[in-house]
Design a protein around this ligand. Sequence first.
Ligand code: MN
Length: 258
Amino acid sequence: MGRSLSSNRPLILVTNDDGFYARGLVALAEAMERLGDVVVAAPDREQSGSSHKLTLDRPLRVRESTPNRFRIDGTPTDCVHLAICSLTERRPDLVVSGINRGVNVGDDITYSGTVAGALEGALLDVPALAFSVALDGERRADYTHAADFAHRLASRVLTEGGLGGKLLLNVNLPHGAPRGVRVTRQGTRSYRAQTERRTDPAGRPYYWIAGVEHAPDDEPQGDHAAIDEGLVSVTPLHANLTHEPSLEEVAGWNLRVD
Ligand code: MN
């Protein structure tokens, strides 16, 4: 699999979690085609909320709909993993994920398949960027400004580097034209866990998980605050979840086994 790509242009791997046919993926792939050779490896259906799941309990099917456009029955993490290990004939220079329909800030980041797709690239030592855009009520998401910024940022990373050490950049954009750019921290936006219990026609209960936003971002340098101010939020992330300040305290518990 994989057709010959001219070898002197950068190779850019594009994935997402909204699925192969999502408009945001098409917009991102088009923006990347202006910078290099593009391989798309994306889930064949929506995988939002799939987090960093790697499918290990069943085979994965890959369909190459047109050359270098792969539709895969797995998660964004599966797609990036397979693409880098098996589908691309050379190592990608960049992984981009998105453009997600809806932002991925605060607690969202831990559930996000969009961020996980980029994270998988970073873990495999490929510079990686995740892009998400805020929804605007009932209107169709507008990906044009996000695609323009993705082009600009990808170009910067491809020409000047600076994203080593298994880092990724999580980029969130307001809906419409942004007023500027701010480098941010992962913020504090979180959800009150909520599920709806309903009854099916046979009288059996079923449930929908539906989080309700409840905590505003009180971190001034936070990702969500930037978007509220109409700015593009750019957050450097890494996979290591160790909470350094707690190491000493927990060590002080003197835990032991008998
Ligand atoms: Mn999504």
